[in-house]
Write a protein that binds this ligand. Structure first.
Ligand code: PMP
Length: 306
């Protein structure tokens, strides 16, 4: 596996600092209990040399909501958040790569929810422009927790422990991504993305209450699919439906739309007609080649073009 990137700068409470200086005190709740909430944000180069971040305000709102649900105080305005994203991206963008950014609120003070204070940390990584190849998908024996235990609606670092276990399990059978079922044995989501399934010419995804993060990408993809005249519905998905699906893909900010070539070792056509067409349209839209009313773009002000 490729070594993880160590970018030159990190944004810490709005100031740029060196990667090696971006550390947390070992006794804070952010470290001791993994208390943090985060967002993954994506931006793409457009053909005209502009760099557009997609759905940024939607990510900001979900970030605020995650913090609220975990009683982590956060009072930044959207404008402040956006400007800090711009500043870091401007430093780290290179023309050959798109960019994926993580914005994280780490609890640095407080104890058991009393006097919690958090630091706002942003890290950004160069991301290949090439479309990822189809992957093998497995079904994990680990389950997505329910709302009353570890709420999947909160994008918190701790929610990803079960995803880590599922990925370890998946690696043993050559699966790059794994489905987490919910407690009722139906599809919740993948470890870091949602699932799209095609059956009988309908694109189907489980509703968030089945155990999925309220995905910003799925909302966008739904809107694109509908504007292309495709049927897109949200309903529970049984495990066995995955085995007889016509097409499958995973969908999320980082995953974008990755086709699936096998599910639990059973082959499935990764070039299926519906998701293939949708994927092409998605990339034309996020890369600014086609306009779409559901796409929100924030352009990074590039003083000197990268
Ligand atoms: N589920 C999980 C567990 C995720 O980590 C992600 C990625 N953020 C998603 C779903 C997809 O959400 P979004 O489209 O908002 O990135």
């Amino acid at each position: 596996m490729a070594k993880l990137q160590e970018p030159k700068y990190v944004s810490w409470n709005g100031k740029l600092i060196g990667w090696k200086d971006a550390t947390l005190q070992i006794d804070c709740e952010g470290v001791k209990r993994g208390l943090n909430v985060f967002e993954g944000i994506k931006g793409y180069w457009h053909d005209d040399g502009n760099f557009g971040i997609i759905q940024l305000e939607k990510h900001f709102k979900r970030f605020e909501q995650s913090a609220k649900m975990l009683y982590i105080p956060f009072d930044w305005s959207y404008e402040k958040f956006r400007d800090c994203v711009f500043t870091l991206m401007r430093e780290l963008l290179i023309p050959e790569k798109d960019m994926w950014m993580r914005t994280t609120l780490f609890a640095v003070e407080g104890h058991w929810g009393v006097d919690t204070k958090a630091d706002m940390v942003m890290t950004a990584f160069n991301h290949p422009k090439e479309l990822p190849s189809p992957i093998n998908l497995g079904i994990s024996t680990w389950q997505r927790s329910i709302d009353a235990s570890l709420p999947y609606r909160i994008k918190a670092g701790t929610n990803y422990q079960v995803g880590r276990l599922a990925r370890i399990e998946g690696r043993q059978k050559n699966c790059q991504e794994m489905i987490l079922l919910n407690r009722w044995g139906r599809v919740a989501e993948a470890t870091g993305s949602c699932l799209l399934m095609v059956r009988n010419n309908q694109i189907i995804t489980p509703p968030a209450y089945e155990g999925a993060l309220e995905s910003i990408t799925v909302d966008l993809v739904e809107s694109i699919a509908k504007s292309m005249g495709m049927d897109f519905i949200r309903r529970p998905i049984d495990r066995t439906e995955l085995m007889i699906a016509d097409e499958l893909a995973i969908c999320g900010t980082l995953a974008e739309l990755v086709p699936i070539k096998s599910i639990e070792g059973m082959e499935i056509d990764p070039q299926g007609p519906l998701l293939g067409k949708l994927r092409k349209q998605f990339f034309d839209i996020v890369r600014g080649r086609l306009e779409h009313p559901s796409l929100e773009l924030e352009f990074v002000p590039l003083t000197t073009k990268v």
